[in-house]
Design a binder for this molecule. Structure first.
Ligand code: HEM
Length: 438
């Protein structure tokens, strides 16, 4: 028997101003009002849960219970993108695309990550103001381009970077929110501009794809894609390959950059002085130019990064799944067509799991282990973030490298509630820091 949907706000439109004002605080506030499992209304109602028991039900279910629910992403990423396909196609793509981002491969990226950090900070002078979010975006984009396309050549890197920025950063929110505006209208308007920039970006991708097809197999993602064959010996089309390349570049750099920015922001707040002092003491023996392996092995640095991912969830409830069959969630029998999602933004700020949840206290990750349904920055189940090992490694290396042998100060101690940026919530003011004398 279907049961009524869990309660929730009556209208998303009416809830929007409060959400935009405080995008991290909104989810926990709604959970206090409606309970940890609540419904976001819409043409497809979305039931989200921050209760670890409910999250376990979603991530533990047979993956074929769901299909991705991301109608607004299809025009942006393409319908064949890993994040938008389900069933056997999803399983096959994941098997194919996981290796470049698995644990053992990380060490190959370590030197490149630290060299990029060194190059980006080499010109810093005492008293200079730096926007950490912007800096981390540049570094993480170059890293993902290397892992995905295998490009090392600065000119090729510059071309891809420029095309990507002009494509990703200038997508008008109007065409994201209003499908009716996705028309070319004789070459004018935001959708026509969008398709023009996409053509230019894909032309740059196509040059790389053609080059990779003529080369022996390598270990970057593009090489894996062009050399793979399905059971019938068929290779992937350029269109299929483009869609995966775009997803990885989009999913793989802004997320990490935001996490770096939040970590640096939190560490430099007056009330978190203890955490910065403890991290500096841990970094000190490694000197001003630490080795990747040494940084990656630091337990307090790791705890700092985990705490930043917990305290500043990237999204309230990323990657909703639409039900293909009836599903039991926290005592509610939900019907096909309803969507569900783990509310990471509720789970991470839940008093029952994390004492004093708004406090930035990395020690909590040294004192106990949290289950994958309590702490889940990378989601879970069959669609868990494929870049998680790279993201976690990169985060530790960049935060460690920015702080090793140098002191920074926040330009403003005013609290930052965050701002919604495309699919993620990032710091509102870019985390501006001032470089100090040692
Ligand atoms: C701190 C950085 C990152 C965070 C917090 C993060 C978080 C997430 C989350 C929450 C999901 C949805 C998981 C789910 O549906 O259960 C996801 C999916 C995904 N992420 Fe990440 N991500 C990060 C970095 C990266 C990087 C560096 C890459 C690429 C190398 C990447 C590639 C992906 C892909 C391909 C998916 C879709 C997986 C699928 O649908 O099967 N992410 N990520």
């Amino acid at each position: 028997m279907p049961t009524p949907l869990p309660p929730g706000p009556r209208s998303l439109l009416l809830a929007m101003p409060a959400y935009l004002r405080d995008p991290i605080g909104w989810g926990p506030a709604a959970a206090r009002r409606y309970g940890d499992t609540f419904t976001l209304p819409g043409a497809t109602p979305l039931v989200i849960t921050g209760d670890p028991a409910g999250i376990k039900q979603i991530y533990g279910a047979d993956p074929d219970t769901f299909t991705p629910h991301a109608d607004n992403m299809e025009f942006l990423l393409g319908g064949g993108s890993l994040i938008l396909v389900g069933g056997a196609a999803h399983r096959r793509l994941r098997r194919l695309l996981a290796p470049p981002f698995q644990g053992a491969r990380m060490r190959a990226y370590g030197r490149g990550i630290l060299d990029r950090c060194a190059a980006a900070t080499s010109t810093w002078r005492e008293g200079q103001t730096v926007a950490v979010h912007h800096l981390a975006q540049r570094i993480s984009l170059e890293i993902i381009l290397e892992a995905v396309f295998g490009v090392h050549d600065p000119a090729a890197m510059a071309e891809l970077t420029q095309r990507l920025h002009s494509f990703v950063d200038r997508v008008s929110p109007l065409i994201v929110l209003i499908p009716a505006l996705r028309r070319e209208l004789g070459g004018v308007g935001p959708y026509a501009a969008f398709t023009r920039r996409r053509r230019e970006l894909f032309a740059a991708f196509d040059r790389r794809i053609a080059e990779a097809r003529g080369q022996p197999p390598g270990d970057d993602m593009l090489s894996l894609l062009v050399h793979t064959r399905d059971e019938d010996g068929r290779s992937m089309s350029d269109q299929e390959i483009r869609e995966q390349l775009l997803l990885f570049v989009v999913a793989g750099h802004e997320t990490t950059a935001i996490a770096v920015a939040w970590a640096i922001d939190a560490l430099h707040r007056q009330e978190n002085r203890h955490a910065l002092d403890r991290l500096r003491a841990e970094l000190h023996p490694l000197g001003p130019a630490p080795e990747p392996d040494a940084l990656a092995a630091l337990p307090y640095l790791d705890a700092v990064c985990q705490e930043a991912l917990r305290r500043y969830p990237l999204a309230l409830a990323p990657s909703p799944r639409r039900l293909l069959r009836p599903f039991e969630l926290m005592g509610h029998t939900l019907q096909p067509g309803v969507a569900v999602a783990a509310a990471i933004g509720v789970a991470h700020l839940r008093e029952l799991t994390f004492a004093d949840p708004l406090a930035f206290r990395p020690e909590r990750f040294l004192e106990r282990k949290y289950s994958p349904f309590e702490f889940l920055p990378y989601g879970g189940g069959a669609r868990r973030c494929l870049g998680a090992p790279l993201a976690g490694y990169e985060l530790r290396l960049i935060v460690g490298a920015l702080l090793a042998g140098r002191r920074l100060r926040l330009a403003s101690q005013r609290p930052d509630l965050g701002r919604v940026r495309a699919a993620n919530v990032g710091p509102a003011h870019g985390v501006r820091v001032i470089v100090e004398a040692q």
